[in-house]
Design a protein around this ligand. Structure first.
Ligand code: ATP
Length: 514
């Protein structure tokens, strides 16, 4: 199965099993907007708890807030979003399709890397056990040629982005002979800037309505509350403010399911530090955040850091954590050193002093900020694409299983009476009544046990508990484990401890240095 086929299957699976539906589907949907279904919302809430608790519970010096989506319009002037929150767009005149010019070039560079990998594979086959990868990469004329071309484009690309040089960006697309994937032609328009913020009117027009924006990031809600939280919480530097909430961006191209949405959710933490210590904190947060991802057990090789070619107007260092999605390594989270840009600008635009009196240094200053910013929906997609597995069983049957880490699974336990009579449903209900205050538990009595197991596998339920006739005599149930499909007899009174051990965040948190 190709990665593309796998991705298509995953999207279909998300719909079929109540994880994600296209928004307003009965009206044929709305571009790049999605709804979460009955299982999706549970997984999403668990992701948010994993993040929130790892920030707010594990760190004495991090607190949370929940700011409004609408903010004073001046906020977005101060932050630079009104003037500079743009993406470069380009249209193909034949297909009439619109693309992000920077993404076209990035995809071209990824293709060159694939070409190099193919050369390596070919040489490996030729030289067999005598093959030395490093030596080959350093000496093969073909590889060196591709690399030289790539490096030259990379340098031009980074300069063009930093200088906002749109003509040069188009020239790179022409020079690299990039074609539109739909029409296959190089008939491109000029590159133009496009502001990604949605705006709307607040108040009635008669009163003189104000243009307000739907926030394109949650971070500004934290910055404008810096003084409130610092003063009321008597916070000492370094300290952090965490927030989870919706953000909105009028994305130019939105073709990758929930990877790029126009309405999405962010989990952001702004960490306020002494000026001059920001690089150290940036490195530390990079490691902490990487550990948070890796703790989920999807394989360390599927994550990497990617430093930015173009630093945003507010940053002096920035890296992304990328995950190996079915469509390649892509950003899940950004870790940015934002300097004193945001607080400094709000100080300037609001006319209010936004500073910290540092008793150690005996002076007041605008704190520096290190930000960790992750999209809930991208994290969701990461988990789904890593968890989705098709398996052929020994008896020839196939099953689809979602290997979602137990702590994040939408449903923790399914309780299944073997038959719908003889008092078995009653015992099953008693088990549910005991577990439901702590865990998401479901009851299912329809179809054969085998079919019921498959249904739970497909939504990633770690435990199926079957109540049979023996249960009535010995007080034991059969627990079937999702990943291994192994079964064991467990006393009803031991169920809770077994579930707790597997689904608590404790084991995940132990793997994160905090
Ligand atoms: P990209 O380069 O993919 O457009 P970005 O660098 O603009 O992303 P940031 O502004 O750093 O993204 O936002 C922080 C995080 O928010 C991203 O790492 C991503 O997980 C999430 N995010 C950003 N834009 C979207 C979107 N349109 N849909 C879903 N998640 C998003």
């Amino acid at each position: 199965m190709t990665q593309e086929e796998l991705f298509k299957k995953l999207i279909a699976h998300c719909k079929e099993y109540g994880f994600i539906f296209p928004s307003s589907e009965i009206y044929d949907g709305l571009g790049a907007v999605y709804d979460y279904g009955q299982n999706g919302v549970e997984l999403k809430n668990n992701i948010k708890s994993y993040w929130w608790d790892s920030m707010v519970k594990l760190h004495e010096n991090i607190v949370g807030i929940d700011a409004a989506i609408f903010m004073h319009p001046r906020v977005w002037e101060a932050s630079g979003h009104v003037g500079a929150f743009n993406d470069p767009l380009i249209d193909n005149k034949d297909s009439k399709k619109r693309y992000r010019a920077d993404v076209l070039v990035e995809d071209w560079m990824a293709k060159q890397e694939e070409k190099i990998e193919k050369e390596v594979e070919k040489a490996h086959k030729r030289f067999k056990e005598n093959f030395n990868r490093e030596q080959y990469l350093a000496t093969s004329p073909r590889v060196l040629e591709i690399k030289a071309k790539m490096d030259a484009v990379h340098e031009r690309f980074a300069t063009a982005l930093n200088d906002n040089n749109l003509e040069e960006l188009k020239q790179i697309i022409l020079d690299c002979e990039i074609v539109c994937p739909i029409s296959g032609t190089r008939n491109w328009t000029d590159v133009r800037q496009f502001n990604l913020m949605f705006s709307t009117q607040m108040g009635s027009t008669a009163d003189g309505a104000n243009t307000v924006y739907l926030r394109p990031e949650t971070a500004q809600g934290i910055f404008v509350n810096y003084l409130n939280v610092q003063k009321t919480g008597r916070m000492k530097l370094p300290f952090g403010i965490a927030q989870i909430g919706k953000a909105f961006r009028n994305e130019i191209v939105a073709r990758q399911f929930i990877f790029r949405m126009r309405e999405f959710e962010q989990m952001e933490m702004q960490f306020f530090v002494q000026p001059g210590t920001e690089m150290q904190w940036w490195s530390e947060w990079k490691e902490t955040r990487m550990a948070w991802h890796r703790a989920l057990g999807f394989g360390d090789e599927n994550y990497r850091f990617h430093d930015h070619d173009k630093l945003a107007h507010y940053a002096n260092a920035a890296t992304d954590i990328e995950f190996n999605f079915p469509f390649g390594f892509k950003e899940v989270e950004g870790i940015h050193s934002r300097t004193d840009f945001d607080l400094g600008r709000h100080q300037e635009f609001s006319g209010k002093k936004i500073q910290y009196f540092d008793p150690e240094r005996g002076e007041s200053y605008v704190p520096y900020v290190v930000e960790t910013s992750i999209g809930v929906d991208r994290m969701f997609l990461q988990i789904m694409s890593a968890a989705y597995t098709e398996e052929k069983l020994e008896n020839g049957e196939e099953r689809v299983v979602l290997r979602i880490p137990a702590a994040l699974a939408p449903t923790k336990v399914a309780v299944l009476p073997l038959v719908k009579k003889d008092g078995l449903p009653e015992v099953a209900r008693q088990i549910i009544d005991d577990l439901k205050y702590d865990y998401t538990v479901v009851y299912d009595e329809k179809d054969s046990i085998g079919k019921r197991y498959r249904r739970q596998d497909a939504i990633g339920t770690p435990f199926c508990v079957t109540v049979d006739h023996d249960t009535l005599n010995d007080g034991m149930v059969t627990v079937r484990h999702r990943d291994t499909m192994q079964q064991e007899r467990v006393k009803i009174e031991d169920l809770r401890a077994m579930v707790e051990k597997a689904v608590s965040f404790r084991e995940l948190f132990k793997k994160i240095k905090a």
